[in-house]
Design a protein around this ligand. Structure first.
Ligand code: UGA
Length: 427
């Protein structure tokens, strides 16, 4: 099949490389010329496990290429829309990129026969029907369901594991406007070994939001239980393990810590909350999910303050990215923690295996070390903010270069057998 993917962020590029490796001919379309050049040189614009290798392999096999021009979509059987949908300050979605992509696609549909538009960007229920389809129809002069097909095909990729999630998804959701496009998309996914659920467009759009909101709720829930555990001297990870053995609950996404970050959970829960308000049925659960999460990062600073006077102290921060295996710092809990420490006049010596460059754009004047040891050197205290695997190897010997003794984990990663004296935010 010929596939055009409009928007080369995580979702777009990982889907593109994934489909190309399965033998399809894929063109990544992006208006950012710099990104396009990088992709064509085999350099992913962001770090994602395995992506660099997969991109090189598919470029070599001439199964993928990138272009800044929309002409490349002329011959595509599928046009995937994977552009970003950032949050507006009021929590609503900014559909500017989706609108632009719909207009561009509409322009090219004028001069071609039937193809299927697949919306993979995360958009609120009703967006494909009330915004994307009318735009494409107006610009192209063609009719959805007759001259072109439309599907909603939400993605469930975790950053850092996006390719694993592409190749081995738990499920594939296809929301369809017309049977023909739904059938074609189901055929594209026919080699995937997982349940495939077909719905209408707006149901598929809501499945994405409800899934992310539920996962975010699990995290805020276990963080609240964790906060109770901390006061009672109980390890929340033992509690979560005990709970997770019940198959109705499941053990995943019950890792307590400094809260969720990243470009998805906060944005999606806010957008769904905004939608519920618009419908006059304001969701109290979603409000609580966000409220718990907004307070969770700085609890680690409160805990630190219980142990020492932090004014003007040197604090080592290990990990900056919102989660391990990514260089992404969007909405990372570390940002709130750094801001709080700076208010107290702390000097921050930080280290992250991948995210320093991105964090430097937000906080240019922190001391960015090139190793955990460099950050730890002479620090009065250490906070661990990302669960990078390499922190699991740290031992008492490494921490002995610190001036002070306080070590607090915001993500559970240290090994009790190697480090004798530390505590967790909720354990
Ligand atoms: C999330 C969803 O997991 C994906 O299914 C979805 O496709 C994606 O959003 C999206 O909408 O694009 P992502 O944000 O990349 O993926 O990463 P997660 O692994 O879900 O982690 C999100 C945040 O929650 C991270 O800060 C992580 O450290 C935190 N988290 C995760 C916890 O605090 N506890 C957990 O048990 C799990």
């Amino acid at each position: 099949m010929k596939i055009a993917v409009v928007g080369s962020g995580y979702v777009g590029l990982c889907s593109a490389a994934g489909f190309a490796s399965l033998g399809h001919d894929v063109v990544c379309v992006d208006m950012d010329k710099d990104k396009v050049d990088k992709i064509n040189r085999g350099e992913p614009p962001m770090y994602e496990e395995g992506l660099s290798e997969l991109l090189s392999e598919t470029l070599k096999n001439k199964k993928i290429c990138a272009s800044a021009g929309m002409e490349s979509i002329k011959s595509a059987d599928f046009i995937f829309i994977t552009v970003g949908t950032p949050s507006k300050p009021d929590g609503n979605l900014d559909l500017g990129y989706v609108q632009k992509a719909s207009e561009d696609v509409g322009n090219f549909l004028k001069i071609r026969g039937y193809c299927t538009i697949v919306v993979k960007s995360t958009v609120l229920p009703g967006t494909a029907e009330n915004s994307i389809i009318p735009t494409v129809e107006r610009i192209s002069g063609k009719k959805a369901g007759k001259d072109f097909g439309v599907c909603s095909n939400p993605e469930f990729f975790r950053e850092g594991k996006a390719l694993e999630d592409f190749f081995k998804p738990d499920r594939i959701i296809i929301g369809q406007y017309d049977d023909k496009s739904g059938d074609m998309l189901a055929k594209l996914y026919s080699s995937f070994q997982c349940p495939l659920k077909r719905t209408d467009l707006k149901t598929a759009e809501l499945i994405k939001y409800a899934s992310n909101a539920f996962l975010a709720m699990k995290i805020s829930f276990i963080n609240e239980i964790g906060n109770i555990c901390k006061n009672l001297g109980i390890d929340v990870y033992e509690v979560a393990e005990g709970m997770g053995l019940d198959r109705r609950i499941g053990g995943r996404f019950l890792q307590a810590g400094i809260g969720f970050g990243g470009s998805c959970f906060g944005k999606d829960v806010s957008a769904l909350l905004h939608k519920s308000q618009e419908l006059n049925s304001r969701s109290q659960i979603l409000e609580a999910v966000l409220s718990v999460n907004s307070k969770q990062p700085t609890r680690i600073v409160l805990l630190l303050k219980e142990k020492m006077d932090i004014r003007n102290k040197a604090i080592a921060l290990l990990g900056l990215s919102f989660k391990e295996d990514t260089d992404d710092v969007r909405d990372a809990p570390s940002i709130a923690i750094i801001s709080e420490l700076l208010k107290h006049g702390c000097t921050i010596n930080c280290y992250d295996p991948r995210a320093a460059e991105n964090m430097r754009k937000i906080f240019p004047s922190l001391n960015y070390g090139s190793s955990a040891l460099e950050a730890l050197n002479s620090a009065d205290a250490c906070l661990i903010l990302t669960g990078w695997k390499e922190f699991n190897n740290l031992s008492d010997k490494d921490f002995s270069v610190m001036k002070g003794k306080v070590i607090i984990e915001g993500r559970k990663i240290l090994d009790r057998n190697k480090v004798s004296n530390y505590e967790g935010i909720c354990w």
